[in-house]
Design a protein around this ligand. Sequence first.
Ligand code: PMP
Length: 389
Amino acid sequence: MSDFIGNPLFASGGITIFEVMNELAKKHNALNLGQGAPDTDGPADIRQAAADAIRTHSNQYPPLMGIPALLEAVADHNKRFYGLDIDPKREVMVAVGATEALADVILGLVAPGDEVVLIEPLYDSYLPIVKLAGGIPKLVRVTPPHWELPREELAAAFSDKTKLLLINSPMNPCSKVFSDDELQFIADLLIKHDAYALCDEVYEHLVFDGRKHRPLMTFPGMRDRCVRIGSAGKTFSLTGWKVGYITACPKLMEPIAKAHQFLIFTVPPGLQYGVAYGLNKDDSYFSGFTAEMQAKRDFLMKGLKEVGFDVLESQGTYFITCDFRPLGFDGDDVAFCQHMIETAGVVAIPVSAFYQKGDVRHFVRFCFCKREEMMIEAIARMKKAFSRA
Ligand code: PMP
């Protein structure tokens, strides 16, 4: 008999691969290019705005949907970057990170027996929450090296029971930015099956090489079928703040807000003021942030190529995926990551962790939102460990 006394839904999961790798990293004093978190803090003025708010504003429960200043800032951000007209009072809600936002949307919209289409590789919280809601997951996968959307399979995953499609673009871990053509294909499926989309767009400002992030919500017929999620953690390099924001039409927002009401109810007000300040920053902050991260991507990509990895394209997010087979390692991705921590003192994440099962076994994910000195050291260590001389 299992020792696990809790909900069986959580029994099989164990601790996440991120925790496992973080623990190993600590044990071996390794450089962490695994976890998707910057190793320097976000802008000082945003942090100051939150600190000032904590000192000067009320620290009691703010409104359930969020403080008006942040609701307005989210609506304005939607207008400024995507031309979306959003009613801040009825179409925006603040959550404890994108993670809570995702849970609110899934628990609020998915009724037991509803089908939910998910595209692997999956961010770790998606599937447990869909199951918690009683949803029936229908998995479709994109795979390396090209991560192409398998259109026929995707169409076949839809049925008259489909309630929701979950799409993450730019996509973690594969750094794929869905093309307009793919998004249009998805929009057509949603209309055909009268379904909705949960759009995890936490990496909306991390889209490179002149590409533009285009929310599915901006496509014809999609305004009231999409729920869009953003994260201050990613946009302002403040992942510990855990402030996320949801944009959706009132018909969808109403049940989502109910889920939020009973799970969390409300989000720390000081942080909300800080994020409102951040979202109102000029365009130069956002373009500068993208450029800075693109430079980091280029830097790590070059280094990983020099180590000898086969480095895949990274169109967006914090991440680069590599095929390690050219290094001559004979084993799967989990074994490779353990080996790399032990021999090089560098952490990456095995990409198989993002799939339920299958044959994606020789790709690892590196994170580049790190200080350059750290990346230089990590590259040097990997070069030494994998040198064939
Ligand atoms: N979705 C994706 C795809 C992510 O990568 C992350 C963070 N790693 C989240 C959601 C969660 O974001 P937050 O920290 O705002 O909860």
